[in-house]
Design a protein around this ligand. Structure first.
Ligand code: AMP
Length: 113
């Protein structure tokens, strides 16, 4: 999608701190980190949200979790633990409508709200 900020990051049209990329997924540091490690893992193919997912997207979205596992190890937070979150629509606080998996770690997380 031409006006999607994450599509632009994937294509390198706007700056980001990338920590991983391959043909299916890209990961970069969140611009407003909520934890010492806060990385967003996104599919390279634009999908608005989990609500917009089809059966064809299952592999792509599932793959984000494999990338998260790799990055958690890379960041040294795999053993200590980390949290993975996908916000969907307004009540969850989704602000960017390109599916993204938040990888949060490096501190003890509170109870989920
Ligand atoms: P969400 O609220 O789940 O839609 O998360 C969107 C996330 O994208 C927020 O944590 C923002 O801080 C982050 N974000 C927005 N713009 C950028 C950007 N240009 N580079 C990195 N992270 C961004």
């Amino acid at each position: 999608m031409s006006d999607c900020i994450f599509c632009k990051i994937i294509k390198g049209e706007i700056p980001s701190t990338k920590v991983y990329s391959d043909e299916h997924a890209t990961a970069f540091r969140d611009i407003q980190p909520a934890a010492p490690t806060h990385i967003l893992i996104v599919p390279n193919r634009h999908i608005d949200s989990i609500n917009a997912m089809t059966a064809d997207d299952e592999q792509t979205v599932g793959y984000l979790f494999s990338v998260a596992k790799k990055i958690a190890a890379q960041e040294g937070i795999a053993e200590g633990g980390y949290r993975l979150i996908i916000n969907t629509n307004a009540d969850a606080g989704q602000t960017v409508f390109h599916i993204h998996l938040h990888l949060l770690g490096g501190r003890r997380m509170g109870v989920m709200a």
